[in-house]
Design a protein around this ligand. Structure first.
Ligand code: GLU
Length: 427
């Protein structure tokens, strides 16, 4: 019975992730049509060039062997090597990894990096695994995908439930296989192993810049603005802190188990101190609300920074925020995007808002290639410049072409990839 429920749950998840991939393909098609590209460009870009599925045997602490399934998708390498994170999550599916790799291509295009998009994932629950089991799994994954990755081929990075320690194990495993030190194989590493200043908070920094720019356009002063952040992981927790420091009032936050609400503003420093490494904090409190209630709170700025499909047809009519800035990948469905846009709510899409992470990953890779390291100030200044330019580009495209910011971002994101594929003679 339990097994049956689990497989029903899994096929429900698979269906949901397939919907995400199809929604992505729909907007890619729309963006290419608007730009006047022929059908074969869509045929090339609608799926990744390459997807590798691997089975990873891991010796668990109790002596048993468990076989994990992992994926690595490489969407398009016309512009340069593919790049993107690896997520460890029980709900990872092949369609999800494919969609995420396409989004990485778009992000790279939007912030103008010399990369195509890639993404990886392992079906596992790191919350239920020991440190050593995680190390064996991380190393096993690198051995399994080693032939198709590398500093000039495909460069992994952190994503949901993966961190700098996991990047360090992966870099070490890759360097052992190749028999030379290869810091440029992966980004998001600890500073002592060639990581970059500012990488850990980079996604949240990028989101913060997008919030500031969007609020300016909407005439909302950040000082005193009521902000709700869904998710208290890497992006959500740093973001809550940056918003708090900018003088905004963070009135709601959440994790996978529930949400906290205080109309007078939450004590963010206290919450940051109490969160665990997976971003769990609400379990410590009695008076929690649900994630659904959190999204519908009366606020100025709503930031979904957790998982996919949070704002849907069902709740889009009840969202009260004036601006939605997507720090997570894929939190708003296509239908919900239409409803929010009709209601005059400005959506800053994931492929733009969350591109700070990959931007600083690029800076890290450049530093690794040069063997010359930048200061935190240098990283911050360059990130600011890149994100402001990308925001303006997408915002102006949306205004000039009379489309929402998601479609505008896709138009900006696919262009370089399509051009590079054409110059290479692929299409
Ligand atoms: N996983 C992050 C993302 O979705 C970062 C990828 C990277 O740094 O390469 O953008």
């Amino acid at each position: 019975m339990v097994a049956q429920n689990r497989s029903e749950e899994r096929s429900e998840t698979e269906k949901e992730k397939l919907d995400i991939l199809e929604a992505t393909q729909t907007i890619i098609k729309e963006a290419l049509d608007k730009l006047g590209y022929p059908e074969e460009v869509y045929e090339l870009l609608k799926e990744p060039l390459r997807v590798l599925t691997v089975r990873i045997p891991v010796r668990m602490d109790d002596g048993s062997i468990k076989i994990f399934t992992g994926y690595r998708a490489q969407h398009n390498d016309a512009v340069g090597p593919t790049k993107g994170g690896v997520r460890f999550h029980p709900d990872v599916t092949e369609s999800e990894v494919k969609a995420l790799s396409i989004w990485m291509s778009l992000k790279a295009g939007i912030v103008d990096l010399p990369y195509g998009g890639g993404k990886g994932g392992i079906v596992c629950d790191p919350r239920e695994m020991s440190f050593r089991e995680l190390e064996r799994l991380s190393r096993g994954y690198v051995r399994a995908i080693s032939q198709i990755v590398g500093p000039t081929k495909d460069i992994p990075a952190p994503d949901v439930f993966t961190n700098s320690q996991i990047m360090a194990w992966m870099m070490d495993e890759y360097s052992r296989i190749r028999e030379f030190d290869s810091p440029g194989f992966i980004t998001g590493k600890p500073l002592v192993l060639g990581g970059s200043h500012g990488r850990e908070s980079a996604t949240a920094k990028g989101v913060t810049i997008c919030i500031r720019e969007a609020a300016k356009r909407k005439g909302i002063p950040l000082e005193g603005a009521r902000v709700v952040v869904q998710g208290f992981g890497n992006a959500g927790s740093y973001l809550a802190k940056f918003m708090h420091d900018a003088g905004a009032k963070v009135i709601g936050i959440s994790d996978a188990y529930g949400a906290l609400y205080d109309p007078n503003g939450l004590d963010i420093d206290y919450l940051l101190e109490r969160r665990d490494s997976f971003g769990t904090v609400t379990k410590l409190f009695k008076n929690t609300i649900t994630n659904k209630e959190l999204l519908e709170l009366d606020c100025d700025i709503l930031v979904p920074a957790a998982i996919e499909n949070q704002i849907t047809e069902e709740n889009a009519h009840n969202i009260k925020a004036k601006i939605v800035v997507e720090a997570a990948n894929g939190p708003t469905t296509l239908k919900a995007t239409e409803i929010l846009t009709e209601r005059g709510i400005l959506i800053v899409p994931d492929v733009l808002a969350s591109s700070g992470g990959v931007t600083v990953s690029y800076f890290e890779w450049v530093q690794n290639n040069q063997g010359y390291y930048w200061t935190e100030k240098e990283v911050e200044e360059r990130l600011e410049e890149v994100i402001v330019k990308a925001f303006n580009n997408v915002y102006n495209t949306a205004i000039n072409r009379k489309v929402n910011m998601r479609l505008a971002a896709y138009m900006v994101g696919v262009r370089k990839m399509a051009e590079a594929s054409r110059f290479r003679g692929w299409i």
